[in-house]
Design a protein. Structure first.
Length: 303
């Protein structure tokens, strides 16, 4: 007699897979800009409440990222860049991922409201819904403007941090929101230019897929041009000092120069031909970290 094979029972997902669902690389930028918004506010905040606010921003961002991956598991499986994520790789059940995302999202909003501020909690809830529903479900599969409109989701953290510290909305957090909003299209379109085939294969209407490379490059330049005066606005309006002003001018000037190189480039789709796009994408991350770091340095060193 031959023993019958026992049915395979999937093991519980590893903790690293749950961590991967939160998109830790993206979360690091969310945490940093949220922290900068909190520290740049012209008030003193209790360290415990400040830590709680940043933790809630991080957990909320992780929850919305998990919901994004739950919804897009089939799309992720079609793209080389995302095929090894926990869901498309088969290391986690989709229902578990969904419940994990909902739990993180709801928990972060409740803790933010009860411990810090219900206004900050409301904006946090709006950011989660904006990313996991408005962007992921509605915008991304339907329009090449998905990144432009959906950029608001990633622009909320510094505003939330500022509100957590001050309890209200003033001009400065609106400017910080606008800076990230206008930074997002050139940042993501630079990435989309050298992973265009992935998006095309999955049927996602990213700008390079729908409008072509040259149109995308021109639009990257337009947003980079608009970004420069926008980043200078806090200095011009007197809500940030000269240290931030000089830093913003230099950083945004370099960003614009790299965007110009992308705009005039006429290379192909091979890896060696996409160096201007890769340089812009790499610098765009450093740019945002450095810009917000200089805002905080200006607050504490210059006053």
């Amino acid at each position: 007699m031959t023993a019958s094979a026992a049915p395979a029972v999937p093991l519980p997902a590893d903790w690293r897979d749950f961590f991967a669902l939160t998109k830790p690389r993206v979360m690091s930028l969310v945490i940093f800009t949220g922290l900068c918004g909190l520290l740049a506010a012209p008030v003193a905040i209790d360290p415990i409440l400040g830590f709680t606010a940043i933790l809630c921003i991080a957990v909320g961002a992780g929850g919305s990222a998990a919901l994004n991956q739950w919804w897009e598991a089939d799309l992720d499986a079609q793209m080389k860049r995302t095929a090894q994520r926990p869901l498309p790789a088969g290391r986690m059940d989709r229902t578990v991922a969904r419940d994990f995302g909902i739990g993180l999202s709801v928990g972060s909003v409740l803790v933010m409201g009860l411990a810090v501020s219900w206004l900050a909690a409301a904006i946090l809830a709006l950011s989660i819904i904006y990313y996991s529903v408005v962007y992921t479900i509605w915008l991304k599969p339907r329009t090449p403007q998905n990144i432009v409109i959906g950029g608001g989701a990633g622009a909320f953290p510094p505003m939330i941090g500022w509100i957590a510290a001050t309890g209200d909305v003033t001009l400065m957090p609106v400017l910080l929101f606008a800076i990230i909003f206008f930074w997002t299209p050139p940042h993501f379109w630079a990435l989309a230019l050298f992973v265009e085939t992935d998006y095309a294969k999955a049927g996602i209407p990213m700008m390079p897929v729908v409008a072509g490379h040259q149109s995308t490059r021109r639009q990257i330049l337009v947003y980079a041009v608009l970004l420069l005066p926008l980043t200078m606005a806090p200095f011009w309006l007197g809500v940030a000092g000269w240290l931030y002003g000089i830093s913003a001018l230099v950083l945004s000037g370099l960003f614009l120069l790299l965007a110009l190189r992308v705009a005039v480039f006429r290379g192909g789709a091979a890896d060696d031909d996409m160096r201007p796009e890769k340089r812009l994408f790499g610098f765009s991350v450093i740019y945002l970290f450095a810009l917000f770091a200089m805002l905080v340095a200006d607050r504490f060193l210059i006053g």
